[in-house]
Design a protein around this ligand. Sequence first.
Ligand SMILES: [Zn+2]
Length: 447
Amino acid sequence: MNDAIEKGLAHADQTDVVEVGPGVLARAGEIIRHSLCRDGRTVLVVADERTWAAAGEPLARSLQAAGVSMADPLIFPGTPALYAAYEHAETIRERLRTTGALGVAVGAGTLNDLVKLASGELDQPYAVLGTAASMDGYTGFGAPMTRDGVKVTMPCPAPKVVLFDLDVAAAAPKNMVGSGYGDLSAKIPGGADWILSDAVGWEPMHPLAWELVQGGVAEALAQPKALAAGEPEAYAGLVNGLILSGLSMQVYGGTRPASGAEHYFSHLWELEHLGQDWDPPLSHGHKVAIGTLAMSAFYERFLARDLAALDVEAAVAAYPNWEAVESDIRSRLSGTLADHCVNETKSKYLEPEALRQRLTALIGSWPTVRARLESQLRPARELQAMLRDAGAPSVPEDIGLTAQQVKETFPIAAYYRGRYSVLDLAREAGWFSELVDEVFESGGIWT
Ligand SMILES: [Zn+2]
C-alpha cells in the first residue's frame, strides 16, 4: 500500500481498508470477506447497468468464489444517468433492511453517495468498488443529495472499505478521468487559500491533513496525456491522490483540506443546474476545473501586486460598511441564496479596527506568506494546458458558459462561504474589481 494512504488510514476513524492497484477486482471478494463481513453477513451489491457491466458482474463472481453470501444485486437503469436523489437512497436503505445485508457500491460519485447515505441511516458499514477516477469523494464523509428539490449535504460516515482496480478506472468513459483530474487540480489554488486563511488565523493549518492532500498532487497531475489515453499505470497517482484527498477530510473533520474558492464557482453553477440535462450530466470535477483556472489566474494577478506596499489606512477607510456589503449581495442575488450569502459573509466580516489589525499583521509576515503561496501555485496557463491534455475543461465554453458568466461569478463566490480566501483579501485591499477585470483582459487565459 502507498505509505501516505497507510498514514492517512492510521488517523482516519471511518475508513479501515483501501486497496488500489491492478487486479484488485479479482481479489475483491476475499478482501470484502475479511474486512467487511467477517461475521458472515450477507452483502448487497448496488450498481447501475453501466457499472454492473464494467465491474459489478466480475465482483459478484469474486464474492461468490470467496464464499460471501449475496442478496440479489440491486441494479439501477444505466440511462438516464442515476441522480443523487434521496428517494434512491431510500430504495437502497429498504433493500438493505429487508435483506439484512451490508452494502457494496459499484460505481463513482453518485452510487457511492447513495449507498453511503443508505448505510449511514442504518448505522452500518459499507464498501465501495470505485469504477472511475472522477472525484475525491470516495473516502469522504457526507453525501451531497437532492431532497425536496434542494441540494444538501447529508451527514453519513465514509466507507469502511475502498477498492479500486486500475484497469477498471482506465477503461472508464474518458470524460470521467477529466473530472477527477479537475477535482484534484483544485488542490493547488484551494491549498493557497488555506495558506492565506492560516496566515490570518482564520483556519489554522492541520499539518497531517495538509500533507495527505498536498503530498501527492504534483505526481497525480503529472501525466495528463497518459490518463486521457487510458494507460492504467498513469492512473495509480491520480486515484491515490483522490483517495488521499478524501482521507484528509476525514482526518480534518471538514472539507477545508480539499477545497477553496474554486469549489464555490462549481457549487454556484450546480445551484443553477448547469449541464444537469447533458448526457452524461456535467460533472462536479468539470465545473471545478474552470473554477480552478479562474482562481489560479486571479492569484497570478494578485501576486503581481505588492501587498507589503498597501496603504492600510486608505484600505480600511475605503472598505464598505456592513450595510453596503449586504445591499451589494442583495442586489446580485435573491431568495435563499441571498440570505445564505449574507449569513456566510457576515460571519467573516470585520469592523474597521479588526480589519486594520488583520491587514497590518499579514503585511508584517507577507514575505514568508508570499513565498509559501508562490511555491504552492502553478501558472494558470500551465494548468490550463494540463487540464486540456487530460481531457478536462479548459475554457468556459467547455462547460457551456461564457467568459463573461465566469467573470460575474467572482463576486458571488466571494460571498458564498464564511471561509477565508484570496477573494476576501483582495476585497479588503480594495483590489477586487480591478483584479477580476485583469483576469479577463486580453492576454489572459480566456481571451
Ligand atoms: Zn471537489
